[in-house]
Design a protein around this ligand. Structure first.
Ligand code: COA
Length: 144
C-alpha cells in the first residue's frame, strides 16, 4: 500500500471513486486532470495492489490551505484511509509553510465531519443553503 501524489494517468480512477461517493465534489475526469496538473494544487492518493482506493485534493496559497475534495471507495471505507490521506496532506502542507486549513462540508455529512474533527478541525462558520440551495455547509478550520 502506498500514499503518493496523484499522477495525470490517475484521473480516470479518481473520477470513478468520486462517482461512487455522492457526497464528494464531482469534478469529473477532466476537472481532476486539471487539478493534478495545477501548480497550486496537491492531490494525494491511496494505492493498494495497483488499485487506487481514495484521494484527497487541496490548494495551498499564501499559507492558507483549502481541502477541496476527498473520497474513498465505499468498499474501502472505515479502514483508516481517509484519516491517513488527511494526516499526510496536512503534514505536507505544514512542511511547505501552510499556517491554516479550512474546508466546507455538508452539515448532514456525519462521516466527514467526524473525520475532520478527529484531525483537529473545528466548526468556524456556516453557509446557509450552500448545497443545491438546500443543505447548509459547515466551514471547518484549524491552525497548522
Ligand atoms: C469521509 C470519508 C472520506 C471517510 O473515509 P474513511 O476512509 O472511511 O475514514 P477512516 O476510516 O479514516 O475514518 C476516520 C474517522 O472518520 C470518521 N468516520 C468515517 N466514516 C464514518 C461513518 N460512516 N460514520 C461516522 N464516522 C465516520 C470516524 O471519526 C473515523 O474515526 P474512527 O475510525 O476512529 O471512528 C468517506 O466516508 C467518504 O469518501 N465519504 C464520501 C465523500 C465525502 O463525504 N467527502 C468529504 C466531502 S467534504
Amino acid at each position: 500500500m502506498k500514499l503518493r501524489p496523484a499522477l495525470p494517468l490517475d484521473a480516470p480512477r479518481l473520477a470513478f471513486i468520486e462517482a461512487a461517493q455522492p457526497m464528494s465534489a464531482h469534478w469529473g475526469e477532466k476537472g481532476l486532470a486539471g487539478e493534478i496538473g495545477n501548480a497550486s494544487a496537491c492531490v494525494w492518493c491511496w494505492e493498494e495492489n495497483g488499485a487506487v482506493l481514495g484521494f484527497l485534493s487541496l490548494r495551498l496559497a499564501a499559507g492558507f490551505c483549502e481541502i477541496l475534495n476527498l473520497a474513498v471507495l465505499p468498499e474501502a471505507c472505515r479502514r483508516g484511509i481517509g484519516f491517513r490521506l488527511l494526516s499526510r496532506a496536512l503534514a505536507d502542507v505544514r512542511e511547505r509553510g501552510g499556517e491554516r486549513v479550512t474546508l466546507e462540508v455538508n452539515v448532514n455529512n456525519r462521516a466527514a465531519i467526524s473525520l475532520y474533527s478527529k484531525a483537529g478541525l473545528k466548526e468556524i462558520g456556516r453557509r446557509e443553503k450552500f448545497y443545491g440551495g438546500k443543505d447548509d455547509a459547515l466551514i471547518m478550520g484549524a491552525d497548522l
